[in-house]
Design a protein around this ligand. Sequence first.
Ligand code: KG4
Ligand code: ZN
Length: 367
Amino acid sequence: MKSDLDALTNPTDSPPSSFEPARILGIETSCDETAAAVVENGRLILSNEVASQVDLHAKFGGVFPEVASRQHILTIFPIIEIALQQAHFELEELDAIAVTRGPGLPGSLVIGINTAKGLSLSSGKPLIGINHLEAHIYSAWLHWPPLDQSAEASGPLAPEPRFPLLVLIVSGGHTDLILMKDHLTYQHLGATLDDAAGEAFDKVARLIGLSYPGGPAIQNAALKGNPKRFNFPRAWLEDTWNFSFSGLKTSVLREVRRLQETHLELPVADLAASFQSAVVEVLVGKTLLAAQAFNASQILVAGGVSANKALREAFHAQAACPVHIPPVALCTDNAAMIASAAYYRFVRGQRDPLTIDVLPNWPFHEL
Ligand code: KG4
Ligand code: ZN
């Protein structure tokens, strides 16, 4: 089965391959989303199914690991079946099965990897283990079919990112600055020394009485807030490319305690807006400096926090070079990004044995 969109999905600057068109099933279960997707040649989304567990975890104020893995067991096969149906492919017609090996929750990762191994064994299709953070980067290469009216990105196709790229990954567990000189070629510049950006959003949301997940809740509350009301600290960590958000979180905590002593209603919108503006200022400021220092021609921002409207607007307003940020639906965890990263590894010849295990603490610099 050959798609008439092949021309679109075989850009000349993609790595040369004798396997094109390659269609890969992606499976993602690293945290609280059970996801499966089929992607053609690393870019064209044929299907992208995400079963979110957010409602299950909201009452705990965060992800409850045992609940997450039990839910992955219940959802993984139905979600894969739906992804294959939506893509109009049988598993046997695909070229590989890609799955997140880490980083993530061990009990969640193991459901995805064991499922992928079983499917690989039964179908004879190669298995490719993928780093979740690398996959977040590749979400910026994805697009939906151009005429798919249901898709958010059904407008003009965003151009493919160009190297050298300065990459900022901002997720629930990680904040990393990376120089990407080519496909799969990374120089790790810096990371958070304490809380990840998403973690700071989630913790501060809880402090000011907002629900989980904190990122979207703070974004919404901040819409009506004054970002200048509280002058929260910005940790610039001069002469390094590292970040730190725990001081900011502590400062919000102190302010909340001080306000609570007045017995007046907490100014949630102003607190949210002031916190968000401190995070955005540091993330954007350091990334732009790094892009300049390393002569990057473009910037790429990915991971759950890249869905943040204020962050997206600040990057587009302040950057002197093109900035790639995936459509909001692809910023948070999904399996299309796993299949996208896997394509570039597949083309390079990566095939993993059925003996591979999960890597819950897989650091980016080991890639
Ligand atoms: O990448 P992701 O879906 O999962 C991980 O790999 O961790 O990121 C989840 C994180 C959460 O901390 C969530 O609060 C944050 O992304 N997030 C946001 C927004 N949407 C999700 N943070 C700020 N603004 C948002 N709109
Ligand atoms: Zn993620």
